[in-house]
Design a protein around this ligand. Structure first.
Ligand code: NAP
Length: 246
């Protein structure tokens, strides 16, 4: 890694993203984005290794405008940490349409938009490292968090599919969860957000043979999918490993 490498970190104003911006600034030039531009300026305004940007991921046009701005400013943005997220709690019946739409937009659709805008540049340089911050929620589907779980499930699918679509390139697109860390989103989290730093360092420094389309958490690799050998999805058949329900 060279010191002039640029990393875009969304959700840099608090919690995990704030911790990561402090951790990575210097080794990288950090493009730190969040809605709370005042907080970003107060935290990083004097830091020459950080550029701060106001960004509302709920607004796709504003997200596209910011991407145009940073792409014009930097020849290569080879590192991306799609970290920003919202967790709107409530049972499925309690949720408003707007809650569901905002969760999907901020947690999945805008991160996918960021990938769509930056992947061509990464392909042109044959290099990219993307970390999408997911959660164990879509694997657990805890009652009361369907908007969050569904949005992170969508992020997982965008990530794994994009990783497979980029398999011919030295582009690694992985998922991680920071762990149960104490932040505004999870005020009772038992761990400090810095526990995620080694996983981030690992994923940003993967070599060309490294994993892509996989999920990491606190140094562990977590399986995303059940083993589905013996199912021919496109032919409508499954072999004797699968119990017939009727
Ligand atoms: N804490 C945990 O234990 C835990 C566990 C699993 C996964 N995660 C994931 O880790 C990531 C970071 O969360 P955190 O725990 O650090 O929570 P946090 O302290 O609430 O941070 C969330 C960040 O996202 C930004 N954000 C929220 N809505 C946004 C929007 N519409 N546009 C742009 N930025 C927005 C916030 O900044 P502004 O308000 O300034 O926009 C903030 O910087 C999330 O993706 C979360 O799902 C956390």
């Amino acid at each position: 890694m060279e010191t002039n490498d640029v990393v875009l970190i969304t959700g840099a104003s608090s919690g995990v993203g704030l911790s990561l911006t402090h951790h990575l600034a210097g080794r990288f030039h950090v493009l730190a984005a969040a809605r709370s531009l005042g907080k970003l300026k107060a935290e990083f305004g004097e830091n020459p290794d950080v550029s701060v940007f106001g960004l509302d991921l709920a607004d796709p046009d504003a997200t596209k405008d910011l991407l145009d701005t940073i792409v014009a400013q930097h020849e290569s943005i080879a590192y991306v940490i799609n970290n920003a997220g919202v967790n709107v709690a409530g049972t499925l019946e309690e949720l408003e349409d707007a809650d569901v739409q905002r969760s999907l937009q901020v947690n999945a659709i805008s991160p996918a938009l960021i990938m769509r805008r930056l992947l061509p540049q990464m392909k042109a340089h044959d290099f990219g490292r993307v970390i999408n911050m997911t959660s164990g929620a879509p694997l657990n589907c805890f009652p009361g968090y369907s908007a969050y779980s569904a949005s992170k499930g969508a992020l997982n699918a965008f990530t794994v599919t994009a990783a497979r679509e980029c398999a011919e390139y030295n582009i690694k697109i992985n998922l991680m969860s920071p762990g149960p860390v104490k932040t505004n989103m999870a005020p009772n989290g038992p761990l400090d957000p810095s526990v995620c730093h080694p996983t981030v360092d690992y994923l940003l420094s993967l070599d060309a043979d490294g994993p892509t389309g996989r999920f990491f958490w606190l140094g562990y690799e977590i399986p995303l999918f059940p083993i589905l050998e013996g199912i021919e999805w496109l032919e409508g058949r499954a072999d004797e490993r699968y119990r017939r329900a009727f």
